[in-house]
Design a protein. Structure first.
Length: 464
């Protein structure tokens, strides 16, 4: 019996993540083209991202049957075991014999035939030993030693590294940390927005043909939530009528709020989702410069903008950590910096296994340099938005306070309400988004979006 296309794709994606440090979302997007049936695309996505979300818990379950930890096995063997156990624990609709058989066949396909009997034996043991509990997370938690430190215990139960759990317990407390860990293991909402209002009917029909259902946004009035189907292969997305982008990410571009005719700098623009919104707001008489460090990302961004019919954006490759080459100031500036991405762990679960605590210090330094270099290019009475998709203070408020604190009274933190309130859904409570310190934040379990941070900064002293 041949291996299903969905399991083959998931196996290959997981191997590339493990061996090439690739990002699962990028690999899946390349693999799941129009030749892959919607049903297979859905299963491949669920398998690949599900294994990455629950990797630590799955390792714990597998280790009960191994003489050495699963993390020590060859990548191909470990991936096959993770895929098999994930299906046995989490996917009731998948027959156990199919999960076992195809995992064994995947090991053979990966030229690890000698390990096939081991994979077969372990997965067959797993099928015969039901775990106690209402959910796999609860079941594995009941098998942990009673004297295991608390952060280790819930780190295994909710499949996050212990260092990350420990810091969130310090920042958020136990209740909010548990809710965050649980939110990171749910399938996130897929959101987008209509780029071309004249194509509304065509875009709607195109998405529906892929099996997609369109629902109103949870956060923003003109956002769409796209349920089921495979919208990425629709004509609406391929032709640039609709952009796929999380609502919190859209909200950051809304905070910049260019006026028609404004000059705008998008300092870390790739892949271009926010740039599209900035260009639309600036209008035909506005001008947007979208920059990025890497030339290949700039090329991809330029192609995306051209596909969407955007003509008022100039794309350039530059290093924003060095002095910027612009002679004239900008009315609006977006500094959406490279960050840890801890606000996107539901969407990019592999980040939790790649990131290290010490990375936050290095990221803070880079982010401060980017913000410090951008601020002098803000025009009098202009607006700059500093943003991340991180939940960590070192990347968020501590960067903004450090940089602005060194500049005296030239700049100030402005109230985000003035630019965001008019585009929010009426049901959204502003006080949940704008904290007492004046910064904009979304929190995944509370807002149903990725976790984003933004500081709206205005030039207070035009003569400086």
């Amino acid at each position: 019996m041949p291996i299903s296309q969905a399991r083959t794709i998931a196996f290959d994606v997981l191997l590339r993540v493990a061996k090439q440090d690739a990002f699962a979302d990028d690999v899946l997007r390349a693999e799941l083209d129009e030749r892959v049936k919607t049903k297979d695309a859905g299963l491949a996505t669920e398998l690949a991202l599900g294994v990455l979300r629950w990797q630590r818990l799955l390792d714990c379950a597998i280790d009960r049957y191994l003489k050495k930890p699963a993390s020590m096995a060859d990548a191909e063997v470990r991936t096959a075991l993770l895929l098999g156990v994930y299906q046995l624990l989490f996917l009731d609709r998948v027959p156990a014999h199919a999960a076992v058989h195809e995992s064994v066949e995947l090991v053979k396909r990966a030229r690890k035939r000698s390990a096939a009997p081991l994979v077969n034996a372990i997965l067959r043991k797993a099928t015969k030993e039901p775990l106690p509990g209402n959910s796999p997370a609860d079941a594995v938690a009941r098998l942990l030693p009673a004297d295991l430190p608390f952060a280790d215990g819930i780190g295994i139960q909710y499949s996050h590294p212990t260092w990350m759990v420990e810091r969130w317990l310090r920042i958020y407390g136990e209740e909010r940390t548990r809710s965050l860990l649980q939110a990171n293991n749910r399938v996130p909402a897929l959101s987008g927005y209509l780029l071309n209002p004249q194509r509304r009917e065509d875009a709607t029909l195109s998405l529906q043909r892929t099996g997609c259902r369109i629902q109103p946004g949870q956060l923003l009035r003109d956002a769409w939530v796209l349920e089921a189907g495979n919208p990425s292969v629709s004509e609406a997305v391929r032709c640039g009528w609709v952009a796929i982008q999380d609502e919190a990410s859209q909200a950051v571009a809304r905070l910049v709020a260019p006026d028609p005719g404004n000059t705008v700098l998008d300092l870390c623009g790739a892949p271009g989702g926010k740039t599209l919104l900035l260009a639309r707001a600036a209008g035909a008489h506005g001008h947007v410069i979208a920059a990025d460090l890497h030339a290949n990302r700039v090329r991809a961004m330029r192609e995306r903008l051209e596909l969407a019919g955007v003509r008022n954006v100039e794309t350039i490759a530059l290093d924003g950590e060095q002095p910027l080459p612009f002679e004239h100031p900008f009315d609006r500036v977006l500094v959406d910096v490279p960050c840890s991405g801890t606000g996107t762990l539901a969407r990019h679960p592999e980040i939790r296994w790649k990131l290290r605590a010490e990375d936050l210090r290095d990221l803070h330094q880079r982010q401060a340099r980017l913000l410090r270099n951008a601020l002098p290019h803000l025009a009098p009475h202009g607006r700059l938005v500093y943003s991340t998709c991180s939940l960590e203070p070192e990347e968020n408020e501590l960067v903004a306070r450090e940089v602005l604190g060194a500049l005296g009274d030239i700049f100030r933190i402005a109230d985000p309400r003035t630019t965001i309130e008019s585009v929010l859904q009426e049901s959204v409570q502003m006080r949940s988004l704008i904290c007492a310190d004046g910064f904009f934040r979304t929190f995944p379990p509370e807002h149903g979006t990725d976790g984003f941070f933004a500081a709206v900064i205005e030039r207070r002293n035009p003569k400086a």
